[in-house]
Design a protein around this ligand. Structure first.
Ligand SMILES: Cc1cc2nc3c(=O)[nH]c(=O)nc-3n(C[C@H](O)[C@H](O)[C@H](O)COP(=O)(O)O)c2cc1C
Length: 321
């Protein structure tokens, strides 16, 4: 079984990947989407999207990363995929799930779920140009507005020879509204028995994970928002799968073992981009953590009103000491 950290644009950047893979339990990451229009990006853009290209496409803790591309034109996507691989990408993931209006208006993300022919053309064109030993994968939602479309979408993905398919178990129209409809996955598998499927959506804790396993019977799972609110979630899932639970108890998340990461996260974000960015990303993460933890919420309420990086940093250090 493998566990994947979900790509999240504006959230899971180099610093977040580094922070979360240090804790452990994550088998693989995917970058935030890199949007492709009609031309080849300069190398600097690939390195900005995936600084880990310079370190063997792995985080400092050894976790491999795929580069995710988003766009509607097959040829430019293929050229950018080829370049990413030349720069060291270990795999290319194609985004067919983004619901953002600006992305969909410009022909990318979930709007492509309306046409299986276009999905097929894009994936097979990228597959042909990328060396066979490098995975080309696809990430979809169940459909644009009709979840039953997932069956034929998955068929197009399989026929285009994608290495695997990640299914975020909602339509574009569902947005992020719970629940996730995991029950579609066995139906996709029945019609596409050779296709490896990664289940994704609404896994917030170990019990959700166990229910998702029961319903989908997948080998592999992807988690996004759940690990932002509980940074130990992947590790807890891995520990719950281990047989020796008595000698290896599940590590609970609490404010003490979480708060110590925040000053490092702030500093790394500051070095990565700048101090204003660090303020905004630290607030964003703390807000996610405070969904599950009352002490984090108290800290967030005090920090959220501060804009000045110096003041923010001083209070952050005091609250997390
Ligand atoms: C803020 C945010 C940004 C996201 N960005 C991406 C992205 O860049 N590429 C992508 O394929 N999915 C993206 N997603 C979708 C997630 O990868 C994932 O499919 C979704 O959040 C459902 O999983 P979860 O319930 O575990 O969070 C994003 C989701 C969120 C909330």
């Amino acid at each position: 079984m493998k566990l994947y950290l979900a790509p999240m644009e504006g959230v899971v950047d180099w610093v977040m990947r580094d922070t979360l893979t240090k804790i452990g339990g994550i088998d693989q990451c995917v970058t935030e989407f890199l949007r492709v229009t009609d031309r080849l990006h300069p190398d600097s853009i690939f390195y900005k999207n995936c600084p880990e290209l310079k370190t063997g496409s792995r985080t400092r803790w050894g976790t491999p990363i795929f580069v995710q591309l988003l766009g509607g034109q097959a040829e430019p996507l293929a050229l950018n995929a080829e370049r990413a691989v030349q720069l060291g990408a270990l795999g290319i993931d194609l985004n067919f799930g983004c619901p953002a209006k600006t992305v969909n208006r410009h022909d990318g993300g979930a709007s492509l779920l309306k046409s299986c022919d276009r999905l097929y053309t894009i994936i097979s064109t990228v597959r042909k140009i990328v060396p066979e030993n490098i995975p080309v994968t696809a990430k979809i939602r169940l459909g644009f507005d009709d979840p039953s479309k997932c069956i034929e979408i998955a068929q197009a993905v399989a026929e285009a020879r994608a290495t695997w398919l990640t299914v975020h178990c909602r339509t574009k129209t569902d947005g992020y509204k719970p629940p996730a409809y995991w029950e579609w996955i066995p139906q996709i598998r029945e019609k596409n028995p050779g296709l490896k499927i990664i289940a994704n959506g609404e896994i917030w804790n170990v019990d959700d994970f166990k229910r998702c396993v029961e319903v989908t019977q997948c080998q592999d799972y992807m988690i996004g928002r759940g690990v932002l609110s509980n940074p130990f979630l992947f590790k807890q899932i891995q520990q719950s799968l281990a047989c020796d639970l008595k000698t290896n108890p599940v590590e609970e998340m609490n404010w003490n073992n979480t708060k110590v990461m925040l000053p490092h996260f702030f500093e790394a974000s500051q070095i990565h981009i700048n101090e204003l960015f660090a303020v905004s990303r630290t607030k964003q993460w703390l807000r996610a953590i405070s969904l599950k933890n009352e002490e984090a919420k108290e800290a967030f309420d005090q920090l959220k009103i501060l804009e000045n990086p110096e003041e923010f940093k001083i209070l952050l250090e005091r609250l997390t000491r």
